[in-house]
Design a protein around this ligand. Structure first.
Ligand code: FE2
Length: 510
């Protein structure tokens, strides 16, 4: 081989390299199951089984349909297969399938897997919900949110996969559309998504992570979204940058579509254009009712934004708009649904799985309040209606879980946050973030001193919450990594709280 030829080969390889590096190795190898498997939204007799066939470029999948065989078994070795079938993977859904086998036994573990063109997926484990009327010995779940890919590795997911839990509640910011953050450990492979193809690529990048795949494969997930699945700080049809409405709704439609394609959701959650019904209730026998909310699609615009902008701001009491009674976080229909669902809840525990922080967080050390308008503080009248609905419903042992804040918070949910002597109606936990960075701890330490209903604000640590419900009460552990910048990090419980039946409020054990 002459030197000229060698040069051409070398430079050709160098040119080809970036294209290959754009996608994780498994895709280059042609593995149709390179994004793993998932299951979700368990009912007593059915559960969603998910995979997405990778048949080429993750953003622009080939136009033909493909067949996927699926199997559900009572055992990990697939000797006792109880259901099997063939699903059509359509290019309309980027070759994602959402199979819902029915006629299953309540409250039991199953294994599942898929086959396509001679390839077999990794096996997943899933669990149906307990039957109505049944109070199991124990029902446990993790709650997690906010996994900016660049700001850390997914060691938290590896540990979540090893937890003895029945369910993961993922409360939003599954992907991040934007690149930002300190001390990045890895990079997004493309700029901020603008099209359906871009969002599909972003999900494919996140879901190529083996620890995230392991977490999905370990138990069912029930998911909702926050803002970063679409765009930072959006509110219904308005973006932070005041994108023209039609243009923003087209972006929202693309983002919602990609979310559905990549999540183990029931077909009822499939978007229609820019709209999707994501709020829903899941029932786990008579042990727990879980209300999953959507705080983005229907919310009023942020109060008193910065001039010429949409999105969140930090405002004082001079922002009169914030206090308007018509302002809503959930929208009228979802508020009614929540009040009705709470009133009908017969379960021993009522889990309100919303996206952010419900408690007032007054950042002002002196007279008057200063609050961040993105969380429920931007919607105090709507918060009051929700707290009243919880109190008036008689729903037993309400526990609010949340995300979005990138901080572990523990708080009493108060009838009136400005009156420390007012009734505590629920117990609130925000489960930190998987990776996304928090405000400085010095700020958090100062802020919670002004808020006597708050017991913890920890932003240095990253991980998730774990909640174990038994007949004797609830125990919430805050699980934190030693170092979220390390893929091999260990994890530990750094705070544990017991919630006693009939006694709402924070009760720290450690
Ligand atoms: Fe977030």
């Amino acid at each position: 081989m002459n030197s000229r030829r060698r040069f051409l080969l070398t430079s050709g390889a160098a040119l080809a390299a970036p294209a290959l590096l754009r996608f994780p190795l498994a895709w280059a190898a042609g593995d149709p199951f390179a994004l793993g498997v998932a299951s979700g939204d368990p009912w007593p007799d059915s559960v969603v089984l998910w995979t997405r066939l990778m048949l080429g470029d993750p953003g622009t999948p080939p136009p033909q349909t493909a067949e996927v065989q699926w199997e559900l078994a009572e055992d990990d070795a697939f000797r006792r297969i109880v259901k099997r079938g063939t699903a059509t993977a359509s290019p309309d859904l980027a070759h994602a399938v959402h199979v819902v086998p029915t006629g299953l036994q309540p409250g039991r573990w199953y294994s599942y897997r898929f086959h396509h063109a001679g390839a077999t997926s990794p096996a997943g484990r899933t669990r149906t919900a307990p039957a109505p009327g049944v109070v199991p010995e124990k029902f446990s779940f993790a709650f997690a949110s906010c996994q900016q890919y660049e700001q850390g590795f997914y060691a938290a997911h590896r540990h979540m996969a090893a937890e003895d839990i029945d369910l993961v509640l993922f409360l939003g910011d599954y992907i991040y559309e934007i690149s930002y953050g300190r001390e990045k450990v890895r990079q997004h492979d493309a700029p901020t998504p603008k099209t359906l193809a871009d969002y599909r690529r972003r999900y494919a990048l996140y879901k190529s992570d083996r620890d995230l795949q392991a977490s999905h494969a370990a138990c069912p997930w029930s998911v909702t979204w926050d803002d970063h699945e679409v765009a930072n700080d959006y509110a219904s049809d308005r973006s932070e940058t005041l994108t023209p409405r039609d243009e923003f709704l087209a972006l929202r439609a693309a983002a919602y579509q990609a979310f559905y394609e990549h999540m183990p959701l029931r077909p009822a959650q499939r978007p229609k254009g820019p709209d999707a019904q994501l709020y829903r209730m899941l029932r786990f026998g008579d042990m727990a009712s879980v209300l999953l909310t959507d705080d983005r699609q229907y919310r009023s615009y942020h109060a008193c934004p910065k001039p010429g902008r949409g999105g969140a701001n930090v405002v004082g009491d001079d922002c009169a708009e914030r206090f308007e009674s018509a302002r809503t976080m959930l929208g009228a229909a979802q508020e009614r649904w929540m009040a009705d669902t709470l009133a009908q809840s017969k379960a021993r525990f009522t889990i309100i799985a919303q996206q952010t922080l419900v408690a007032q967080l007054d950042e002002n050390e002196g007279q008057g309040r200063r609050v961040w308008t993105e969380a429920w503080d931007g919607y105090p009248a709507a918060r009051r209606r929700m707290i009243d609905a919880i109190a008036n419903s008689g729903a037993a042992n309400p526990i609010i879980v949340g995300g979005d804040m990138h901080t572990f918070y523990a708080a009493d949910a108060k009838r009136d946050y400005d009156r420390p002597d007012s009734a505590t109606v629920a117990t609130e936990f925000v489960g930190g973030s998987i990776t996304s960075q928090a405000p400085g701890q010095n700020l958090l330490d100062r802020w919670i001193k002004n808020n006597s209903h708050m017991y913890l604000a920890e932003g240095r640590l990253h991980g998730y919450g774990r909640c174990v419900l038994t007949r004797r009460g609830a125990t919430v552990d805050f699980r934190a990594l030693d170092d979220h910048k390390r893929a091999d990090s260990a994890i530990r419980s750094f705070k544990t709280y017991d919630v006693e039946p009939g006694r709402p409020g924070i009760n720290p054990r450690t």
